[in-house]
Design a protein around this ligand. Structure first.
Ligand SMILES: Nc1ncnc2c1ncn2[C@@H]1O[C@H](COP(=O)(O)OP(=O)(O)O)[C@@H](O)[C@H]1O
Ligand SMILES: [Mg+2]
Length: 1078
């Protein structure tokens, strides 16, 4: 714990009082009032010293979270508000650190929260003890044993939806470090009568419902079961479903838990088979059948169920059937067989079912023990957790209640013994005088029941073993004789006259005044239940089963081991096991949890005071408090006490140097607490009255307030001072900065003013100087001019006599001539090249020769062009003429033209003469061929193209097949009227023919060619030279052509780029042919 941490205490923020010992005044009313007040504020735990009272909240409270576990971990018991975790922590730590075996005794009525409390203790211990893979597995197995046992041992009762119908004591074993090693579970008296019959509003054990709801169809079929609860006589139907309980899901949980605990698959299977067999046993029914000797004999009504049971358990059907009809009694050497009547047969059936189930349950406990037992032989520390049925007072109380209540008497006994012993020991340990306390000791009741010679159990056994007719009535008679005078035994028939007229006490009953109240027991069934008889024929039949588990459950059925001695009675068995338990508990340090049920409705928020009052009375809680404070109500070790109250006295505040005890002495003296109110033990201070403690607490509270004020005062003063100092410091800093800033500004202003003045002065000086210099310069110039004129006048005056009148003009002309001469001579050297395309021309040297210079340039250009032309041969001239013609026709009209300028016009691209393929074609043409080229002829119908040889001669235009060279059409040039083309960059052109001419039969031609410009030019020139007529060339993006009879419009549009850069042609309809030009 760090030094700064503030120690808390149970006494902080208490609701009511957290420890009943501090209750003032102490009586039943205040006790219940305190419980109720705390319950209403969700404080369900209250202490009586180290005993925890737990009131069942019947709803989940947020007080069991892992954070809470951490809160309570390693804290002193009284440090935090009361909690079951504080008790668990205390127990676990004294087990681990002080090597003391512990037991946790949880008592209370059915439904008071015992089982929940035991689970909380186990989970707390599991959470705080060691960790690690191995340890975790052990923990997991210990925790998972709970769901398995609850499925088989718990049932819904009117008091509790999950009531444990058996007592359970579990020893958890730890090693020296406090890590869990394993555990041992003991079970006490399973309420087996529940298997065959349940009171109204209650259920059979959970496992039956879980199996039928949760098993798969397959499993049900294997176990020969049906899902419908109503098929089974042993299952009560009025409360087959419990609110908020999912039997099917629980079945899965249980199977999972069985797996974790270590059940093998075949073991689980066997267990379920036994459960199924028990269920089915209930459906066997009997009918009477008269026999010759006049006696009734029972017969099985419907053997089908029997057959299935036998199949399930591998029992010979005849053996089992016989066991239900006969009873063999063996005495010495004799064997006598008698038949069973119907009632006896039913009795046998139910006995078998009960035995089968209760033995299965014991087997389960042993099997779990086998799994969870500690694997090492080293010495172990043990923490026992006892969750045993609480005191039961029903309308009809029978043998079971008797046994249960006996067990509770014993527990109360041990409680009294151990608490008083503890208290006494503490006084001795602390050297404090012990004063005797009066309390009710229930040893006398225990004696009434368990006394070996005349106790009720002893007498029951005696009656069961007695030869002759034995009935419950004879047993009661016997009791009446023997116990009549016992203070706590009441019976109508007893010789004691006290109860002769007590009508609340029926004749067939006896009443015992338990420490927890009077209980009326119905004597009916006592003998039977104590005998717990199973006919030997049945146990033998079971032993003969092929089912290994069932066989092992009935070892007495083995004929080889026939034991004529009677088995111990249920009562004596229980007595013995209770005795063992008590012995076990006595060796351990006890920790008590007293569970209280606040209402009968299982409802949250309801606190039924009379119900609680009853429980407080029989649990003896008030006595408990009295015992606890018989001498001194409150005790506390010196250190925490000094720590808590040291501020109440100047000497001990804030630090006490010296032993804590003397500090406390000084403190108490100073506070003038009366001497008789407290006493000094060895390590603790004992305070006699809670009043004194509360007085201390009050003064402490007041003092704390004063201290708080003091602290506040000092703190506030300190805070203001620091604040002031800080402000002062800041003020100085700010002022310094302010002054600095002002000075800086002033300095800057002075500086800039000085600069301005300086610059004005300098400017004025400079201007003055400039004026002086200018004046000097002008004087100098004036002097020079005057001198020049003066010299001029002198010279003219000197030479005037030598000059003629027109000498000036002559000099001028001479100068001009000289200049022109010089110009031409220079031009001669600067002449550009003779290339007509050379644009260079030397710059003009004199402005007055501008016109001459331009003219000279023009003449020179014409001259060099002529020179160039003069070099041409005839052929070259022809070519240039053609190019010129083309330029005139197409320049600036067709976009294709510029690209044709660089191409030489070759005309005969196809060399028909040389290609032998075209020999026939060549032969057919006599004239000179001007153009021979392959063109695409556009199909008139669909716009697709075919290759054709295009031939132009002097007089004709021919088209021939490209492959064969065969002539397809021949048009005389006189019949060609027009050529049309677009203005765009495509090679399409149409050749229009004269209407009515021979060639025009099929209509005009539409071609495309790479050499359109050349072809059109040549066609134009040839037509002109042959016919003296200018061929009409139409350049338009939309023109009409004649196809047979139709006029079709050819339209050129801007095409998309997707077809590449080739123009495409498409016939849109019979009036339109569209050419897309990219
Ligand atoms: N601490 C608790 N917090 C919330 N509910 C509780 C608590 N203790 C008991 N209960 C409720 O009360 C019911 C009965 O408790 P249980 O422990 O089975 O009683 P007992 O074992 O004494 O017969 C539980 O099923 C649960 O619903
Ligand atoms: Mg329980």
């Amino acid at each position: 714990m760090t030094k700064m941490e503030v120690k808390s205490s149970l006494l902080d923020n208490m609701i009511g009082v957290g420890d009943m010992v501090l209750l003032e005044p102490l009586n039943e009313e205040t006790f219940i009032g305190n419980l109720k007040k705390r319950f209403d504020h969700n404080e369900i735990y209250t202490y009586i010293g180290s005993v925890v009272i737990s009131v069942n909240p019947y709803r989940s409270l947020p007080i069991y979270s892992p954070e809470k576990v951490e809160d309570y971990r390693n804290r002193n018991f009284y440090e935090l508000s009361p909690h079951i975790f504080a008790l668990s922590d205390e127990a676990y730590r004294s087990l681990r650190d002080q090597d003391k075996d512990q037991c946790i005794l949880i008592t209370g009525e059915s439904g008071a929260g015992k089982t929940e409390a035991s689970k909380l203790v186990m989970s707390y211990v599991a959470a705080v003890c060691g960790k690690g893979a191995e340890v975790n597995e052990v923990k997991e197995q210990l925790l998972q044993s709970n769901p398995v046992l609850e499925a088989f041992g718990n049932a819904k009762t009117v008091r509790n939806d999950n009531s444990s119908r058996f007592g359970k004591y579990m020893d958890i074993e730890f090693d020296f470090k406090g890590d869990p090693l394993g555990g041992v579970i003991s079970n006490y008296l399973l309420e087996k009568s529940r298997v065959v019959k349940q009171p109204r509003g209650e259920r059979n054990f959970h496992v039956f419902y879980q199996l039928l709801s949760g098993a798969s169809e397959e499993l049900l079929q294997k176990l020969k079961l049906e899902r419908d609860f109503s098929r089974y006589n042993y299952l009560s139907l009025d409360s087959a479903k419990v609110n908020g309980v999912d039997d099917a899901a629980n079945f899965r949980t249980v199977r999972n838990a069985m797996q974790i605990v270590g059940f093998m698959d075949h073991e689980t299977e066997s267990v379920l088979e036994v459960v199924a067999a028990v269920l089915k046993l209930g459906n066997i029914e009997f009918k009477p059948e008269s026999r010759v000797n006049g006696l009734d004999e029972s017969k099985i009504k419907d053997k089908n169920e029997l057959k299935e049971i036998c199949e399930l358990t591998s029992i010979d059907q005849l053996v089992l059937e016989r066991a239900f009809s006969f009873r063999t009694v063996e005495a010495k050497q004799e064997k006598v067989s008698t038949t069973l009547n119907v009632a006896q047969a039913y009795y046998a059936r139910d006995a078998l079912a009960k035995n089968l189930y209760s033995r299965l349950f014991s087997w389960l406990v042993n099997r779990i023990n086998e799994s969870i037992k500690a694997q090492t032989k080293v010495r172990k520390k043990v923490m026992g957790v006892l969750d045993i049925y609480g005191f039961e007072i029903f309308e009809d109380n029978s043998f079971e209640q008797f046994i249960i209540n006996y067990c509770n008497e014993k527990l109360q006994q041990i409680f009294i013994e151990l608490t008083l012993k503890e208290e006494q020991e503490e006084y001795i340990r602390e050297d404090i005088e012990w004063t005797h306390i009066d309390y009710f000791n229930n040893a006398i009741i225990c004696d009434l029941i368990e006394n070996n010679t005349n106790g009720i159990l002893a007498m029951l056994d005696e009656e069961c073993l007695r030869p002759g007719t034995v009935t419950d009535e004879t047993f009661l008679e016997k009791l009446n004789q023997v116990c009549a005078t016992h203070q706590h035994f009441e019976s109508r028939m007893s010789k004691c006259s006290r109860f002769l007229n007590d009508t609340t006490l029926p004749h067939s009953c006896f009443r015992i005044q338990h420490y927890a109240g009077k209980v009326l027991y119905q004597v009916e069934g006592f003998v039977d239940k104590n005998n717990d008889l199973l006919y030997r024929d049945l146990s033998q039949a079971m032993w003969k089963a092929g089912h290994a588990l069932i066989k092992s459950l009935f070892p007495e059925g083995n004929p080889a081991k026939v034991n004529l001695k009677r088995p111990p009675t249920a009562g004596s068995q229980f007595k013995a096991s209770v005795a063992t338990l008590m012995k076990n508990l006595q060796t351990k340090n006890p920790n008590y949890i007293r569970c209280i049920k606040p209402n009968d409705k299982k409802a949250a928020h309801i606190f039924n005071e009379s119900l609680v009052c009853h429980q407080i009375r029989y649990l003896g809680l008030l006595e408990n408090v009295r015992v606890r404070r018989a001498g001194y109500a409150f005790r506390q070790a010196y250190e925490p006490c000094l720590e808590r109250y040291k501020m109440l006295c100047k000497q001990t505040w804030p630090h006490w140097k010296g032993p804590a005890r003397s500090g406390v002495e000084v403190l108490f003296n100073e506070l003038e607490i009366p001497m008789e109110e407290y006493s000094f033990g060895r390590s603790k201070i004992f305070i006699r009255n809670p009043r004194t403690l509360f007085q201390l607490e009050d003064i402490r509270k007041q003092r704390l307030e004063d201290l708080a004020t003091l602290i506040q005062k000092i703190y506030r003063g300190w805070k203001c001072r620091t604040h002031f100092l800080l402000m002062k410091k800041s003020q100085v800093v700010i002022a310094a900065w302010c002054r600095r800033y002002a000075q800086q500004k002033r300095y800057q202003k002075i500086k800039s003013s000085a600069l301005v003045i300086q610059s004005y002065i300098r400017g004025w000086k400079a201007r003055k100087l400039l004026r002086e210099l200018k004046h000097q310069k002008r004087c100098k110039e004036a002097a020079t001019t005057i001198a020049a004129y003066w010299h001029g006048t002198q010279v003219r005056r000197e030479y005037r006599k030598f000059f003629r009148a027109n000498a000036g003009k002559k000099i001028y002309e001479f100068t001009l001539q000289r200049i022109v001469q010089k110009y031409f001579l220079e031009m001669k050297n600067k002449m550009p090249s003779l290339s007509p395309i050379d644009k260079n021309w030397p710059p003009r040297p004199y402005l007055f020769l501008d016109a001459t210079h331009k003219e000279l340039k023009r003449i020179f250009h014409l001259w060099r062009c002529k020179k160039y032309r003069d070099q041409f041969t005839d052929q070259q001239r022809l070519i240039y003429e053609e190019k010129l013609e083309a330029s005139e026709l197409f320049k600036d009209k067709k976009a294709l033209y510029p690209s044709s300028v660089g191409q030489p016009f070759q005309g005969a691209y196809l060399e028909i003469n040389k290609n032998p393929k075209y020999k026939k074609l060549k032969d057919a043409i006599e004239e000179k061929i001007i153009i021979a080229e392959v063109v695409n002829k556009i199909n008139r119908a669909n716009g697709k193209s075919t290759s054709r040889i295009f031939l132009l001669t002097n007089n004709n235009l021919l088209l021939a097949d490209q492959k064969s060279g065969q002539i397809k059409s021949e048009v005389p040039l006189v019949d060609v009227t027009k050529v049309s083309m677009s203005s765009q960059n495509d090679g399409f052109f149409a050749v229009h023919l004269k209407e009515g001419s021979e060639a025009a039969g099929k209509g005009d031609f539409l071609f495309s060619s790479d050499h359109l410009i050349e072809m059109a030019t040549k066609l134009y020139r040839t037509t002109l030279s042959q016919t003296n007529q200018k061929l009409n060339i139409e350049i338009s993006d939309e023109f009409l052509v004649q196809f047979r009879q139709d006029k079709v419009c050819v339209k050129f549009i801007q095409g998309t780029q997707k077809n590449g850069s080739v123009p495409t042609c498409k016939r849109k309809n019979n009036r339109l042919l569209e050419v897309a030009v990219p």
